[in-house]
Design a protein. Structure first.
Ligand code: XMP
Length: 513
Protein backbone atom coordinates (compact mmCIF):
# COMPACT_ATOMS: atom_id res chain seq x y z
CA UNK A 1 0.00 0.00 0.00
CA UNK A 2 0.94 3.55 -0.59
CA UNK A 3 1.05 6.25 2.06
CA UNK A 4 0.07 9.84 1.31
CA UNK A 5 1.27 12.23 3.98
CA UNK A 6 -1.14 15.15 4.01
CA UNK A 7 0.24 18.63 4.57
CA UNK A 8 -3.17 20.21 4.11
CA UNK A 9 -3.58 20.83 0.39
CA UNK A 10 -7.19 21.23 -0.69
CA UNK A 11 -6.54 18.71 -3.45
CA UNK A 12 -4.91 15.88 -1.50
CA UNK A 13 -8.05 13.80 -1.93
CA UNK A 14 -7.55 13.93 -5.67
CA UNK A 15 -4.19 12.15 -5.33
CA UNK A 16 -5.99 9.23 -3.67
CA UNK A 17 -8.59 9.36 -6.34
CA UNK A 18 -6.03 9.16 -9.17
CA UNK A 19 -4.33 6.21 -7.46
CA UNK A 20 -7.55 4.26 -7.01
CA UNK A 21 -8.33 4.84 -10.66
CA UNK A 22 -5.05 3.01 -11.23
CA UNK A 23 -6.23 0.21 -8.91
CA UNK A 24 -3.66 1.00 -6.22
CA UNK A 25 -4.61 0.98 -2.57
CA UNK A 26 -3.51 4.05 -0.66
CA UNK A 27 -4.24 5.80 2.61
CA UNK A 28 -4.05 9.49 3.44
CA UNK A 29 -2.80 10.41 6.90
CA UNK A 30 -2.37 13.95 8.25
CA UNK A 31 1.30 14.70 8.88
CA UNK A 32 0.71 15.12 12.63
CA UNK A 33 -0.17 11.43 12.88
CA UNK A 34 2.77 10.21 10.85
CA UNK A 35 5.42 9.59 13.48
CA UNK A 36 8.49 7.43 12.89
CA UNK A 37 6.77 4.51 14.65
CA UNK A 38 3.64 4.95 12.56
CA UNK A 39 5.70 5.00 9.41
CA UNK A 40 7.58 1.85 10.25
CA UNK A 41 4.39 0.07 11.29
CA UNK A 42 2.62 1.16 8.09
CA UNK A 43 5.51 -0.15 5.96
CA UNK A 44 4.50 1.72 2.79
CA UNK A 45 5.64 0.53 -0.60
CA UNK A 46 5.84 4.16 -1.69
CA UNK A 47 5.20 7.57 -0.13
CA UNK A 48 3.68 10.75 -1.55
CA UNK A 49 4.20 14.06 0.25
CA UNK A 50 1.21 16.28 -0.54
CA UNK A 51 1.02 19.99 -1.10
CA UNK A 52 -0.01 22.33 1.69
CA UNK A 53 -0.52 25.96 2.67
CA UNK A 54 2.53 26.37 4.95
CA UNK A 55 5.99 27.71 4.13
CA UNK A 56 8.98 25.51 4.96
CA UNK A 57 10.79 28.65 6.10
CA UNK A 58 8.30 29.25 8.89
CA UNK A 59 9.35 27.97 12.33
CA UNK A 60 7.47 24.84 13.25
CA UNK A 61 6.07 24.28 9.76
CA UNK A 62 5.12 20.66 9.02
CA UNK A 63 7.71 17.98 8.28
CA UNK A 64 7.51 14.27 7.62
CA UNK A 65 9.68 12.11 9.89
CA UNK A 66 13.15 11.94 8.37
CA UNK A 67 12.88 8.13 8.23
CA UNK A 68 10.71 8.65 5.13
CA UNK A 69 13.97 9.07 3.25
CA UNK A 70 15.57 5.94 4.74
CA UNK A 71 12.85 3.42 3.94
CA UNK A 72 14.35 2.58 0.56
CA UNK A 73 10.99 3.14 -1.17
CA UNK A 74 10.11 5.67 -3.88
CA UNK A 75 9.04 9.08 -2.59
CA UNK A 76 7.16 11.70 -4.62
CA UNK A 77 6.93 15.27 -3.32
CA UNK A 78 4.28 17.60 -4.70
CA UNK A 79 4.47 21.40 -4.31
CA UNK A 80 4.96 21.85 -0.54
CA UNK A 81 6.03 18.20 -0.59
CA UNK A 82 8.78 19.11 -3.03
CA UNK A 83 9.93 22.03 -0.94
CA UNK A 84 10.00 20.06 2.28
CA UNK A 85 11.96 17.32 0.53
CA UNK A 86 14.56 19.75 -0.81
CA UNK A 87 14.79 21.52 2.51
CA UNK A 88 15.34 18.30 4.46
CA UNK A 89 17.75 16.76 1.97
CA UNK A 90 20.07 19.76 1.70
CA UNK A 91 18.55 22.00 -0.99
CA UNK A 92 17.20 25.52 -0.60
CA UNK A 93 13.75 27.09 -0.68
CA UNK A 94 13.05 30.80 -1.05
CA UNK A 95 10.13 33.16 -0.73
CA UNK A 96 8.23 34.40 -3.78
CA UNK A 97 9.80 37.73 -4.87
CA UNK A 98 7.92 37.78 -8.14
CA UNK A 99 8.30 34.07 -8.73
CA UNK A 100 5.01 32.98 -7.19
CA UNK A 101 2.86 31.11 -9.68
CA UNK A 102 -0.84 30.42 -9.53
CA UNK A 103 -2.72 28.72 -12.30
CA UNK A 104 -1.77 27.39 -15.69
CA UNK A 105 1.89 27.08 -16.67
CA UNK A 106 3.85 25.16 -19.25
CA UNK A 107 6.73 22.85 -18.41
CA UNK A 108 9.37 22.03 -20.99
CA UNK A 109 11.77 19.08 -20.78
CA UNK A 110 15.52 18.99 -20.18
CA UNK A 111 17.73 16.63 -22.19
CA UNK A 112 17.96 13.79 -19.68
CA UNK A 113 15.21 11.17 -19.79
CA UNK A 114 13.24 10.09 -16.72
CA UNK A 115 10.98 7.00 -16.48
CA UNK A 116 8.54 9.09 -14.42
CA UNK A 117 7.99 11.18 -17.56
CA UNK A 118 7.23 8.36 -20.00
CA UNK A 119 4.43 9.57 -22.24
CA UNK A 120 5.15 13.19 -21.35
CA UNK A 121 6.51 15.98 -23.52
CA UNK A 122 5.48 14.29 -26.75
CA UNK A 123 4.28 17.69 -27.93
CA UNK A 124 7.40 19.43 -26.59
CA UNK A 125 5.71 20.87 -23.51
CA UNK A 126 3.03 19.98 -20.96
CA UNK A 127 0.36 22.11 -19.38
CA UNK A 128 0.47 21.95 -15.58
CA UNK A 129 -1.29 23.62 -12.65
CA UNK A 130 0.88 25.63 -10.28
CA UNK A 131 -0.07 27.06 -6.95
CA UNK A 132 2.94 28.17 -4.98
CA UNK A 133 4.37 31.23 -3.28
CA UNK A 134 7.73 29.77 -2.24
CA UNK A 135 9.96 27.99 -4.71
CA UNK A 136 13.04 25.78 -4.69
CA UNK A 137 16.14 27.86 -5.37
CA UNK A 138 18.76 25.12 -5.08
CA UNK A 139 18.12 21.42 -5.44
CA UNK A 140 19.46 18.90 -2.94
CA UNK A 141 22.61 16.89 -3.66
CA UNK A 142 21.90 13.88 -5.86
CA UNK A 143 18.97 15.56 -7.65
CA UNK A 144 18.81 16.61 -11.28
CA UNK A 145 16.36 18.80 -13.18
CA UNK A 146 14.10 17.17 -15.77
CA UNK A 147 11.62 19.93 -16.50
CA UNK A 148 11.37 23.70 -16.12
CA UNK A 149 8.70 26.36 -16.34
CA UNK A 150 9.30 30.11 -16.73
CA UNK A 151 8.88 30.71 -13.00
CA UNK A 152 9.95 27.31 -11.69
CA UNK A 153 13.41 26.35 -12.91
CA UNK A 154 13.05 23.19 -10.83
CA UNK A 155 9.54 22.20 -11.89
CA UNK A 156 10.50 18.51 -12.17
CA UNK A 157 13.45 17.12 -10.24
CA UNK A 158 14.57 13.62 -9.33
CA UNK A 159 17.28 11.62 -7.63
CA UNK A 160 17.01 8.46 -9.70
CA UNK A 161 19.58 6.65 -7.55
CA UNK A 162 17.33 6.86 -4.49
CA UNK A 163 14.01 6.95 -6.39
CA UNK A 164 13.06 10.38 -5.07
CA UNK A 165 10.88 12.57 -7.28
CA UNK A 166 9.74 16.10 -6.64
CA UNK A 167 7.52 18.36 -8.72
CA UNK A 168 6.44 21.93 -8.16
CA UNK A 169 3.02 21.60 -9.79
CA UNK A 170 -0.07 19.51 -8.99
CA UNK A 171 -0.31 16.49 -11.29
CA UNK A 172 -3.52 15.33 -9.57
CA UNK A 173 -5.77 18.17 -10.74
CA UNK A 174 -7.83 18.38 -13.86
CA UNK A 175 -5.81 21.36 -15.13
CA UNK A 176 -2.73 19.18 -15.44
CA UNK A 177 -4.37 17.20 -18.25
CA UNK A 178 -1.65 14.57 -18.53
CA UNK A 179 -1.02 14.34 -14.78
CA UNK A 180 -2.46 10.86 -14.31
CA UNK A 181 0.39 9.58 -16.46
CA UNK A 182 2.91 10.71 -13.83
CA UNK A 183 1.09 8.76 -11.15
CA UNK A 184 0.90 5.75 -13.42
CA UNK A 185 4.64 5.90 -13.98
CA UNK A 186 5.31 6.47 -10.29
CA UNK A 187 3.38 3.41 -9.16
CA UNK A 188 5.10 1.33 -11.83
CA UNK A 189 8.45 2.50 -10.44
CA UNK A 190 7.25 1.47 -6.99
CA UNK A 191 6.33 -2.00 -8.24
CA UNK A 192 2.56 -1.87 -7.69
CA UNK A 193 0.75 -4.40 -9.82
CA UNK A 194 -2.45 -2.35 -9.88
CA UNK A 195 -4.71 -5.19 -8.83
CA UNK A 196 -6.68 -3.44 -6.09
CA UNK A 197 -10.41 -3.86 -6.66
CA UNK A 198 -13.67 -3.10 -4.90
CA UNK A 199 -13.83 -6.79 -4.04
CA UNK A 200 -10.50 -6.47 -2.24
CA UNK A 201 -11.70 -3.32 -0.53
CA UNK A 202 -14.80 -5.14 0.67
CA UNK A 203 -12.68 -7.90 2.25
CA UNK A 204 -10.29 -5.43 3.86
CA UNK A 205 -13.12 -3.30 5.17
CA UNK A 206 -14.92 -6.31 6.66
CA UNK A 207 -11.73 -7.40 8.43
CA UNK A 208 -11.15 -3.88 9.74
CA UNK A 209 -14.72 -3.61 11.07
CA UNK A 210 -14.43 -6.94 12.89
CA UNK A 211 -11.12 -5.90 14.38
CA UNK A 212 -12.42 -2.52 15.51
CA UNK A 213 -15.73 -3.63 16.96
CA UNK A 214 -14.86 -7.03 18.45
CA UNK A 215 -17.97 -8.45 20.12
CA UNK A 216 -19.57 -5.06 20.88
CA UNK A 217 -22.93 -3.79 19.63
CA UNK A 218 -23.20 -1.20 16.84
CA UNK A 219 -26.12 1.06 15.98
CA UNK A 220 -26.65 2.71 12.63
CA UNK A 221 -29.04 5.44 11.55
CA UNK A 222 -30.38 4.17 8.25
CA UNK A 223 -31.95 6.83 6.04
CA UNK A 224 -32.37 4.76 2.92
CA UNK A 225 -29.82 6.98 1.16
CA UNK A 226 -26.96 5.36 -0.69
CA UNK A 227 -24.22 6.11 1.85
CA UNK A 228 -25.93 4.85 4.99
CA UNK A 229 -27.33 1.85 3.13
CA UNK A 230 -23.96 0.74 1.79
CA UNK A 231 -22.35 1.27 5.21
CA UNK A 232 -25.09 -0.77 6.91
CA UNK A 233 -24.91 -3.67 4.47
CA UNK A 234 -21.12 -3.79 4.71
CA UNK A 235 -21.15 -3.73 8.52
CA UNK A 236 -23.90 -6.33 8.59
CA UNK A 237 -21.76 -8.56 6.44
CA UNK A 238 -18.92 -8.11 8.93
CA UNK A 239 -20.73 -8.53 12.24
CA UNK A 240 -24.27 -9.73 11.50
CA UNK A 241 -26.66 -9.30 14.40
CA UNK A 242 -24.28 -7.14 16.41
CA UNK A 243 -25.63 -4.37 14.18
CA UNK A 244 -29.01 -2.75 14.79
CA UNK A 245 -30.29 -0.16 12.34
CA UNK A 246 -32.69 2.60 13.30
CA UNK A 247 -34.84 3.97 10.50
CA UNK A 248 -36.61 7.14 11.59
CA UNK A 249 -39.88 7.74 9.74
CA UNK A 250 -40.66 11.41 10.30
CA UNK A 251 -43.69 11.42 8.04
CA UNK A 252 -41.80 13.46 5.48
CA UNK A 253 -40.77 10.61 3.22
CA UNK A 254 -41.73 10.02 -0.37
CA UNK A 255 -44.46 7.65 -1.52
CA UNK A 256 -43.67 4.04 -0.63
CA UNK A 257 -40.26 4.91 0.77
CA UNK A 258 -40.63 3.54 4.28
CA UNK A 259 -42.00 0.21 3.02
CA UNK A 260 -39.20 -0.05 0.50
CA UNK A 261 -36.49 0.46 3.12
CA UNK A 262 -38.06 -1.88 5.65
CA UNK A 263 -38.65 -4.62 3.07
CA UNK A 264 -35.18 -4.43 1.69
CA UNK A 265 -33.17 -4.31 4.89
CA UNK A 266 -35.35 -6.35 7.22
CA UNK A 267 -36.76 -8.95 4.83
CA UNK A 268 -34.16 -9.18 2.12
CA UNK A 269 -30.97 -8.56 4.08
CA UNK A 270 -32.32 -9.96 7.35
CA UNK A 271 -30.96 -7.07 9.35
CA UNK A 272 -32.13 -6.07 12.80
CA UNK A 273 -34.08 -2.95 11.93
CA UNK A 274 -36.09 -0.70 14.18
CA UNK A 275 -38.73 1.14 12.19
CA UNK A 276 -39.24 4.20 14.35
CA UNK A 277 -42.66 5.46 13.30
CA UNK A 278 -42.56 8.96 14.74
CA UNK A 279 -44.80 10.73 12.25
CA UNK A 280 -47.11 12.08 14.94
CA UNK A 281 -44.23 13.56 16.88
CA UNK A 282 -42.63 15.34 13.92
CA UNK A 283 -45.80 16.51 12.20
CA UNK A 284 -47.23 17.65 15.53
CA UNK A 285 -44.16 19.74 16.27
CA UNK A 286 -44.21 21.23 12.76
CA UNK A 287 -47.87 22.17 12.97
CA UNK A 288 -48.32 25.88 12.23
CA UNK A 289 -44.61 26.48 11.56
CA UNK A 290 -43.92 28.35 8.35
CA UNK A 291 -40.37 29.62 8.73
CA UNK A 292 -37.83 27.48 6.83
CA UNK A 293 -35.07 27.64 9.45
CA UNK A 294 -37.49 26.94 12.29
CA UNK A 295 -38.79 23.91 10.40
CA UNK A 296 -35.25 22.63 9.81
CA UNK A 297 -34.28 23.15 13.45
CA UNK A 298 -37.37 21.34 14.74
CA UNK A 299 -36.69 18.36 12.49
CA UNK A 300 -32.95 18.25 13.24
CA UNK A 301 -33.50 18.47 17.00
CA UNK A 302 -36.24 15.83 17.10
CA UNK A 303 -34.16 13.55 14.93
CA UNK A 304 -31.40 13.49 17.50
CA UNK A 305 -33.87 12.97 20.37
CA UNK A 306 -35.63 10.12 18.61
CA UNK A 307 -32.41 8.44 17.56
CA UNK A 308 -31.10 8.64 21.11
CA UNK A 309 -34.30 7.23 22.54
CA UNK A 310 -34.13 4.13 20.35
CA UNK A 311 -30.39 3.77 20.73
CA UNK A 312 -30.75 3.74 24.51
CA UNK A 313 -32.99 0.71 24.21
CA UNK A 314 -30.23 -1.28 22.55
CA UNK A 315 -28.27 -3.02 25.29
CA UNK A 316 -24.60 -2.28 25.37
CA UNK A 317 -24.34 -0.26 22.16
CA UNK A 318 -20.81 1.13 22.04
CA UNK A 319 -20.44 2.13 18.42
CA UNK A 320 -22.32 4.38 16.04
CA UNK A 321 -21.97 3.55 12.34
CA UNK A 322 -22.00 6.40 9.85
CA UNK A 323 -21.75 6.54 6.09
CA UNK A 324 -19.21 9.37 6.13
CA UNK A 325 -17.41 9.73 2.80
CA UNK A 326 -13.97 11.05 2.06
CA UNK A 327 -15.16 14.48 0.86
CA UNK A 328 -17.03 14.83 4.20
CA UNK A 329 -13.84 14.00 6.05
CA UNK A 330 -11.69 16.48 4.20
CA UNK A 331 -14.30 19.21 4.60
CA UNK A 332 -14.41 18.76 8.33
CA UNK A 333 -10.85 17.65 8.99
CA UNK A 334 -9.83 20.90 10.60
CA UNK A 335 -12.29 20.14 13.41
CA UNK A 336 -10.15 17.22 14.41
CA UNK A 337 -6.91 19.13 14.11
CA UNK A 338 -6.12 18.16 10.52
CA UNK A 339 -4.03 20.50 8.43
CA UNK A 340 -6.49 21.85 5.86
CA UNK A 341 -8.48 25.05 6.13
CA UNK A 342 -12.20 24.63 6.87
CA UNK A 343 -14.39 25.23 3.84
CA UNK A 344 -17.62 24.18 5.51
CA UNK A 345 -18.77 21.95 8.32
CA UNK A 346 -20.74 18.90 7.32
CA UNK A 347 -23.92 17.57 8.82
CA UNK A 348 -22.70 13.95 8.74
CA UNK A 349 -19.71 14.46 10.96
CA UNK A 350 -19.79 15.31 14.62
CA UNK A 351 -22.71 16.08 16.91
CA UNK A 352 -24.36 12.78 17.68
CA UNK A 353 -21.49 10.56 18.80
CA UNK A 354 -20.10 13.05 21.36
CA UNK A 355 -23.56 13.62 22.72
CA UNK A 356 -24.22 9.92 23.04
CA UNK A 357 -20.79 8.84 24.21
CA UNK A 358 -20.42 6.44 21.31
CA UNK A 359 -17.38 5.55 19.28
CA UNK A 360 -17.59 5.80 15.49
CA UNK A 361 -17.43 3.14 12.81
CA UNK A 362 -17.03 4.78 9.42
CA UNK A 363 -16.20 2.16 6.83
CA UNK A 364 -16.61 4.50 3.84
CA UNK A 365 -14.26 7.20 5.13
CA UNK A 366 -11.75 6.67 2.37
CA UNK A 367 -14.14 6.49 -0.55
CA UNK A 368 -15.66 8.92 -3.02
CA UNK A 369 -19.32 8.82 -3.97
CA UNK A 370 -18.91 6.81 -7.16
CA UNK A 371 -16.67 4.35 -5.32
CA UNK A 372 -19.40 3.91 -2.70
CA UNK A 373 -21.80 3.11 -5.52
CA UNK A 374 -19.32 0.55 -6.87
CA UNK A 375 -19.01 -0.98 -3.40
CA UNK A 376 -22.80 -1.08 -3.08
CA UNK A 377 -23.02 -2.94 -6.39
CA UNK A 378 -20.30 -5.31 -5.17
CA UNK A 379 -22.47 -5.94 -2.07
CA UNK A 380 -25.47 -6.76 -4.23
CA UNK A 381 -27.62 -3.68 -3.61
CA UNK A 382 -30.02 -3.22 -6.53
CA UNK A 383 -29.01 -0.78 -9.26
CA UNK A 384 -32.21 1.23 -8.82
CA UNK A 385 -31.22 1.80 -5.20
CA UNK A 386 -27.58 2.66 -5.84
CA UNK A 387 -28.44 5.24 -8.47
CA UNK A 388 -31.07 7.08 -6.45
CA UNK A 389 -31.13 10.86 -6.41
CA UNK A 390 -30.05 12.49 -3.13
CA UNK A 391 -32.87 13.12 -0.67
CA UNK A 392 -32.42 15.71 2.08
CA UNK A 393 -32.68 14.87 5.78
CA UNK A 394 -35.65 17.22 6.37
CA UNK A 395 -37.43 15.43 3.52
CA UNK A 396 -40.65 16.77 2.07
CA UNK A 397 -40.78 19.51 4.71
CA UNK A 398 -38.49 21.67 2.58
CA UNK A 399 -40.51 20.91 -0.56
CA UNK A 400 -43.66 22.21 1.01
CA UNK A 401 -42.87 25.92 1.48
CA UNK A 402 -44.66 27.52 4.41
CA UNK A 403 -46.94 25.58 6.71
CA UNK A 404 -47.07 21.82 6.40
CA UNK A 405 -50.31 19.89 6.56
CA UNK A 406 -50.89 16.18 6.13
CA UNK A 407 -53.23 16.93 3.23
CA UNK A 408 -50.56 18.90 1.41
CA UNK A 409 -47.97 16.19 2.06
CA UNK A 410 -50.28 13.55 0.60
CA UNK A 411 -50.84 15.61 -2.55
CA UNK A 412 -47.11 16.26 -2.83
CA UNK A 413 -46.27 12.56 -2.51
CA UNK A 414 -48.66 11.63 -5.31
CA UNK A 415 -47.46 14.38 -7.64
CA UNK A 416 -43.83 13.53 -6.97
CA UNK A 417 -44.45 9.85 -7.74
CA UNK A 418 -46.05 10.72 -11.12
CA UNK A 419 -43.19 13.10 -11.98
CA UNK A 420 -40.47 10.57 -11.14
CA UNK A 421 -42.36 7.90 -13.05
CA UNK A 422 -42.40 10.19 -16.09
CA UNK A 423 -38.67 10.81 -15.79
CA UNK A 424 -37.91 7.10 -15.52
CA UNK A 425 -40.21 6.23 -18.42
CA UNK A 426 -38.41 8.73 -20.63
CA UNK A 427 -35.02 7.31 -19.61
CA UNK A 428 -33.87 10.59 -18.07
CA UNK A 429 -33.42 9.60 -14.42
CA UNK A 430 -29.68 8.96 -14.57
CA UNK A 431 -28.98 12.19 -16.46
CA UNK A 432 -30.51 14.24 -13.68
CA UNK A 433 -28.82 14.93 -10.35
CA UNK A 434 -32.06 15.49 -8.50
CA UNK A 435 -35.71 15.87 -9.44
CA UNK A 436 -38.73 16.52 -7.27
CA UNK A 437 -42.01 18.34 -6.95
CA UNK A 438 -42.58 21.25 -4.58
CA UNK A 439 -46.16 22.00 -3.58
CA UNK A 440 -46.73 25.74 -3.51
CA UNK A 441 -48.55 27.57 -0.75
CA UNK A 442 -51.07 29.03 -3.19
CA UNK A 443 -54.26 27.77 -4.70
CA UNK A 444 -55.30 28.85 -8.14
CA UNK A 445 -58.48 28.77 -10.18
CA UNK A 446 -58.90 26.31 -12.99
CA UNK A 447 -61.56 24.63 -15.07
CA UNK A 448 -61.95 20.87 -15.38
CA UNK A 449 -64.78 19.32 -17.28
CA UNK A 450 -67.42 21.99 -16.96
CA UNK A 451 -66.58 22.85 -13.40
CA UNK A 452 -64.47 25.36 -11.60
CA UNK A 453 -61.50 24.10 -9.58
CA UNK A 454 -59.60 25.88 -6.84
CA UNK A 455 -56.57 23.74 -6.06
CA UNK A 456 -52.86 23.89 -5.32
CA UNK A 457 -50.18 24.83 -7.80
CA UNK A 458 -46.95 22.86 -7.85
CA UNK A 459 -43.49 23.38 -9.24
CA UNK A 460 -41.36 20.72 -10.90
CA UNK A 461 -37.65 20.90 -10.20
CA UNK A 462 -34.89 19.00 -12.00
CA UNK A 463 -31.23 19.94 -11.95
CA UNK A 464 -27.90 18.74 -13.22
CA UNK A 465 -24.95 19.05 -10.88
CA UNK A 466 -21.65 17.42 -10.00
CA UNK A 467 -21.64 17.91 -6.25
CA UNK A 468 -24.80 19.81 -5.36
CA UNK A 469 -22.80 23.00 -4.77
CA UNK A 470 -23.73 24.49 -8.12
CA UNK A 471 -26.55 23.34 -10.36
CA UNK A 472 -28.36 24.10 -13.58
CA UNK A 473 -31.96 23.36 -14.43
CA UNK A 474 -32.53 20.39 -16.69
CA UNK A 475 -33.62 21.30 -20.25
CA UNK A 476 -36.67 19.07 -20.63
CA UNK A 477 -38.42 19.14 -23.98
CA UNK A 478 -41.72 21.01 -24.17
CA UNK A 479 -43.39 17.70 -25.02
CA UNK A 480 -42.11 16.13 -21.84
CA UNK A 481 -43.21 19.07 -19.71
CA UNK A 482 -46.63 19.19 -21.33
CA UNK A 483 -47.22 15.46 -20.93
CA UNK A 484 -46.08 15.54 -17.30
CA UNK A 485 -48.31 18.50 -16.44
CA UNK A 486 -51.30 16.75 -17.99
CA UNK A 487 -50.59 13.54 -16.09
CA UNK A 488 -50.18 15.30 -12.75
CA UNK A 489 -53.37 17.32 -13.12
CA UNK A 490 -55.34 14.29 -14.29
CA UNK A 491 -53.95 11.81 -11.78
CA UNK A 492 -53.43 13.88 -8.65
CA UNK A 493 -56.43 15.22 -6.86
CA UNK A 494 -55.70 18.62 -5.36
CA UNK A 495 -53.41 20.06 -8.05
CA UNK A 496 -54.71 22.05 -10.98
CA UNK A 497 -51.61 23.95 -12.12
CA UNK A 498 -48.04 22.87 -12.88
CA UNK A 499 -45.01 25.14 -13.33
CA UNK A 500 -41.38 24.36 -14.13
CA UNK A 501 -38.62 25.94 -12.03
CA UNK A 502 -35.83 27.19 -14.33
CA UNK A 503 -33.60 28.73 -11.65
CA UNK A 504 -29.96 27.71 -11.49
CA UNK A 505 -27.86 27.53 -8.31
CA UNK A 506 -26.61 30.10 -7.55
CA UNK A 507 -28.65 32.27 -7.29
CA UNK A 508 -31.30 29.73 -6.29
CA UNK A 509 -30.76 26.66 -4.16
CA UNK A 510 -31.80 23.22 -5.30
CA UNK A 511 -34.43 22.78 -2.60
CA UNK A 512 -37.11 25.41 -2.11
CA UNK A 513 -36.30 25.99 1.56
P1 XMP B 1 -29.51 23.18 -1.63
O1 XMP B 1 -30.98 23.25 -1.48
O2 XMP B 1 -28.77 23.78 -0.48
O3 XMP B 1 -29.17 21.62 -1.59
O4 XMP B 1 -29.03 23.70 -2.95
C1 XMP B 1 -27.96 21.04 -2.00
C2 XMP B 1 -28.07 19.54 -1.85
O5 XMP B 1 -28.13 19.20 -0.45
C3 XMP B 1 -29.36 18.55 -0.16
N1 XMP B 1 -29.80 19.08 1.14
C4 XMP B 1 -29.70 18.40 2.30
N2 XMP B 1 -29.28 17.17 2.56
N3 XMP B 1 -29.77 17.50 4.86
C5 XMP B 1 -29.34 16.70 3.84
O6 XMP B 1 -28.99 15.55 4.10
C6 XMP B 1 -30.21 18.75 4.67
O7 XMP B 1 -30.61 19.43 5.61
C7 XMP B 1 -30.18 19.23 3.31
N4 XMP B 1 -30.57 20.39 2.74
C8 XMP B 1 -30.32 20.29 1.41
C9 XMP B 1 -30.28 18.90 -1.30
O8 XMP B 1 -31.31 17.92 -1.46
C10 XMP B 1 -29.32 18.96 -2.46
O9 XMP B 1 -29.01 17.66 -2.94
Amino acid sequence: RLLIIDFGSQVTQLIARRLRELSVYCEIHPYQNVTSEFLIGFAPKAVILSGGPASVMTEGSPRPPKEVFNLGVPVLGICYGQQVMMHMLGGKVERGHGTAEFGRAYVTPEDAKLPLLDGWFDGGKEQVWMSHGDHVSAIAPGFEVYGTSPNAPFAITADTERNFYAVQFHPEVHHTPNGAKLYENFIKLAGFSGDWTMGAYREQAIEAIRKQVGDKQVICGLSGGVDSSVAAVLIHEAIGDQLTCVFVDHGLLRKGEAEEVVTMFRDHYNMKLIHADEQELFLGALDGQADPETKRKIIGGLFIDVFQKYANEIDGAEYLAQGTLYPDVIESVSFSGGPSVTIKSHHNVGGLPEKMGLKLVEPLRELFKDEVRALGTELGLPKSFIGRHPFPGPGLAIRCPGEITRAKLDILREADAVYIDQIRKHGLYDEIWQAFVAILPVRTVGVMGDGRTYDYACALRAVTSVDGMTADYYPFSHEFLGETATRIINEVEGINRVTYDITSKPPGTIEWE
